[in-house]
Each structure stands twice: as C-alpha cells, then as structure tokens.
Design a protein around this ligand. Sequence first.
Ligand code: WT7
Length: 634
Amino acid sequence: MVDQIKTLDDYKKAYKNSIENPEDFWEKQADSFKWYKKWENVLDWNFEEPNIKWFEGGKLNITENCLDRHLETRGEKTALLWVSNEPDGEDKTFTYQELYQEVNKFANGLKSKGIKKGDRVVFYMPMVPELMIGMLACARIGAIHSIVFAGFSSQALADRVKDAQAKMIICSDYNKRGAKNIQVKSVVDNAIKMDCNSVETVVVHKNTGGDIEWNDKLDVFLTDLTDGVEEYCKPEVMDAEDPLFILYTSGSTGKPKGVVHTTGGYMIYTAYTFKNVFQYQEDDIYWCTADIGWITGHSYITYGPLLEGATTMMFEGIPTYPDAGRFWEIVEKYKVNQFYTAPTAIRALMAKGDKFVEKYDLSSLKVLGSVGEPINEEAWMWYFEKVGKRAIPIVDTWWQTETGGIMISPLPLITDMRPTFASYPLPGIQTILVDTEGNLIEDNNVEGLLCIKHPWPGILRTTWGDHNRCRQTYFSAFPELYFTGDAARRDEDGRYRIIGRVDDVLNVSGHRIGTAEVENAINETFGVVESAVVGYPHSIKGQGIYAFVITKGQINDEVEFKRLIESTVRTEIGPIAKPDIIQIVSGLPKTRSGKIMRRILRKIASGDMSNVGDISTLLNPEIVEEIKKKAPTM
Ligand code: WT7
C-alpha cells in the first residue's frame, strides 16, 4: 500500500523529498503495487513534444491491483456499495471476491465478442454497478474504455464514438434519475445512424426492462454475453505506458478532445492521492457523489478507492429525490465517513433550507470534500457548519481531467484550511504562477496563471489521435510548462485559491463546456446568423450560459425562437449546455480584425454595465449601447 501522511511534519518531508528526488519518491510508491515485471526507467520526459513516460517497461494489470491483490486479506470486505435511485429500492453490495468474479465474467464476455487489447469500448450508462464492472473488465483485457456521460446527446455520443473508432458501445435500456425514466438505448440507436461505422456490437444492460428497439445486426443483451462464460479471465499484461482510458473533455476550440491516461502512473497517482486526501482508514465507508462519466468518478469512485482496498459507494440517483435530504439520509444509513461532492450540489441543497440536513445523524463523517469549481465562501461555510457541525475538515480539491488526480488540496487535520482556498500542492506537484508573458511570479500574495513545471505520474500523455493538439493546448502557451487554463491567487502563506478559467471554457454546475461548442450548436438553428456565448455568475450553477444571437431578419415569435435554439443545443450537445439566457441582438462588438470582444459581453452578461471598459477601438462601438439597453435585468 502507498504511504499515508499522518502529520504536518510528514507532509513537509514528503513534499520536500518529492521535489528534490521525484523519481525516488514515486518509485517508492510504485513498489507497493504488484508488477509482473519491474520498469526499466522511472521517468523519461520533455514538455516540448510532450513526451512523458513513467515506469516504462514495467508490466502490470491495474485490475490485478484493484481486485486480485485484495482477495486474500479483504475478500469478504465490501468493495462496492451501490445505492439505488429509489429510497425504498434494493441497494446492492459486492465484496472484493464478488466484484472480482463479476469483472472476470464480464471480461470473458467482452472477449467472446472479439474485444482485445487496444480496442476502444464506449460506455453510455447510468450509475449502475455494471458500469464499474464493465470499465474494470475492459482494463482486465487491455481494452481502452471511453465513458461518455449519459446526459450527452446522440450527436455528442456519435462524435466521441467516431473519434475513438470504438468497436463496441455498452449501454442500458433506460436510466432512472429521480422521478424520471430516461431513454438511453434509443440515444445510442440514433448515434449509430450518424455513421458510427466502427461499431460492431451494442451491448444492452436491462436496467428497467422498458421497451427498446432491437437491431439484430448489432445488439446483444449483457446477460447473453456473460451467461455461461468461464469464471476466470487471466489479466492482460500491460506496459505501464499502455493507454487505460480515453475521456473526452471540452476546450476553448473545436470538438471535445480525448484525454488519454495510461496505466502505471495513473494507478500510482490515484491511489496515493485517494489515500492521503481522504485519509482513508481500513474500515471507512467512502462516498463520492460524482458520475463515473466524469474524471472524478473514474479516479475517486473506481480506481483510487479500489486500489487502496476501500469500500466505495456508488449512488444511482440525484440529491433532491425524493427530497433535498437524500444525501444525508444515505450518510446516516450507511455511516459514511468520507463524503465528496461538488459546490453546485451544496448550493442547491443550501437553497432548500437547513431542515433537511438537520434531520439526520451525520456523526459518522470525518472528511468533507469539494471538487469541480471554485467553492464560494457562503457554500463553504454552510458545508462546514451544517454538514460538518464545525468539527470536520473540508478538503477543497483542485484538479482536472488532464491531471488524472487531485493536485492541490488540504490534507484533513494535517495541513490547515482557509475557506475557499484549495490551499497547498500535494507531494510531487510543482505549482507555479506566471504572468501573461510567462514570467515566473515568485512573490506571495499575488495572482497569476497556474502552471506546473514537472510531470507527476497522473498527467495526461496525449489527446487521442492528435498529439499536436495536446501540445498546442497544454504545452505551448509557456515553454517547458504545463498550463492549466486556470488563474489562481497565492496568499501570504503559499496557499492557492483557484479563480477560474482564463480561456473560453465555462464551468456550469461543475461541468466543463466550451463556449465555441455551444456557439456552433446555436448556429445550427434555422434563422441564426451568428452567436457569442459567455458565462455569468449563477447562484446555483456557479456559472450560467448567456448567449447573444444575431438572427436573419425580424423574428416574429421570440419565445418560440428561443425554444428552438434550446432544442438545437440539446440535440447537438445535451441539456447541460442549454443557455440560461438568450438575447437577440442586431450585432456583436467586434475588433477591426473581426474578433468578437467577449470581454465586453462578459461584463454585460454579469450585469456590470457601467464597466465595459474601452470600446473606442471597436469596429462597431454603437452596438454596445444597444446590447446593454436590451439586456434582461436579473
Ligand atoms: C476545471 C477542470 C477535477 C474534477 C472535476 C472537474 C475547475 C476543478 C476545482 C476547485 C476551483 C476547480 C478548474 C479546472 N476546478 N476543481 N476545487 N476549485 N476550480 O474536471 O471537467 O476537467 O474541469 O474545473 O477550472 O481547470 P474538469
């Protein structure tokens, strides 16, 4: 098992050590896992190409480390505790032994359909145990999983399937979310029609048993895949640098890109950060409320916890069903020790009043976590006071899809906390701030662009099918640095507070959405000439989506037209990208070279009308007044 920091002194020593001798530091953690063959080289890297290789030549299988390795000592321990959408539904538990058996069978089922090492398998599934079992089954045979959040549209799913050239899609029939029963298989059917020619099989998990259409050429039920297969599947021998998964994420330009994580480094990094940030102890019940469709679920529902032999909980439902007490009811029922959620959920529950949280016994809690977006002071205080009763540390964890694991976070009861500060970098993480020219800012009490100057084992290796895009996006802004896209403040003691994205990426309810993607979707609407999308402060979502739209001629029915735009965005991306505000304008503020001045639009969208700054260099300064006048008052 990886090291666990216990005291402030441990942290200081580990940090110092990890900076002075990163290779020794990580090699020691790597040694605690089961390898079939030892690596030849701990680290080989440059950030120019980039080329980053950790533990190359080392041979392993991550599922051997998540499952087989625990059988002797933890075989009867609960590995997965699955909580149903229905409060009176039947929750399920899987011991390590049982999860191991299910994964082995699923893996043999995949093999029976011709899936082999290196093939891509897309999952489009709700939060059911089969999703976790399936992703591990892929890892067992060396297939690369790519999980697509089940709220994305057919179009968004098809884009990802085609980019990954996936051979198989695994889905459910329907998805239960709160009081809703959402179609899943039909979304896949539609995606398939959008030229997903690489797909040979669609595997359907019967979740609700509702009606679905059937395509004899492609479709097969999961039970038909796994019934009667052999109980044991020998783990595929993987190189530390073989891809483990692809996860698509939005950037400031173009279609989402497939972030690629490899096997060995990701394994070590998720295990190490899980054990330390949550201070997991052997009999703890750990619950992360994220969806496995996002990186948080990959690293901190599945891999990190299982690698450390933890009991990890997975919740099918939503925080407000049947009422806003659901999270707390579950915490009480299962005596949850570590609870990890997003600020947007905290704000949504806070808005429903304290009575829901006061009703339950939350005394089992030891650590509260936050992730995905900056947590505002009010939400932090509510979490601390109402959930933690002022007695439990909050870990505000900053990281990204690309970082694989948590990068900056307090260590509970070890390092101090300051509300709204993600605080100190974890061992191995060399955070720095630079100005817009790339000059290093050495002082404290400053703001700057957050960069990392040395690789850590969980860093992305490439973007699928387009290495140049990886270099461009993360390694070209400043030479020899990984640029996060975030701005941050560093206080007098060296704690970091994340301010937010400095690129055209929005963070809506903790979901990352590119403004260009939303604009492209809006522009598909009949009657739209051009659009510009910006974020604005939103009390629950963190950021809301504000769209300025130029139309072809006069629109007769504005309400209907806006509805049309919303439905196009739903079709192109999914409901999470639906604009909160649409303003029809006759023009957009542009520079003489034709670039949209988003800075001005952001000011207007946030209601900061008197402060739009210098507009004299615009091609069409008069438009600013018009847009301001017609902006809806909030
Ligand atoms: C972006 C990454 C990492 C899992 C979920 C999001 C923002 C993330 C925090 C935090 C302030 C945060 C950043 C980052 N972010 N965590 N604790 N405080 N901002 O992953 O979708 O890849 O988004 O989320 O802006 O760049 P993601």
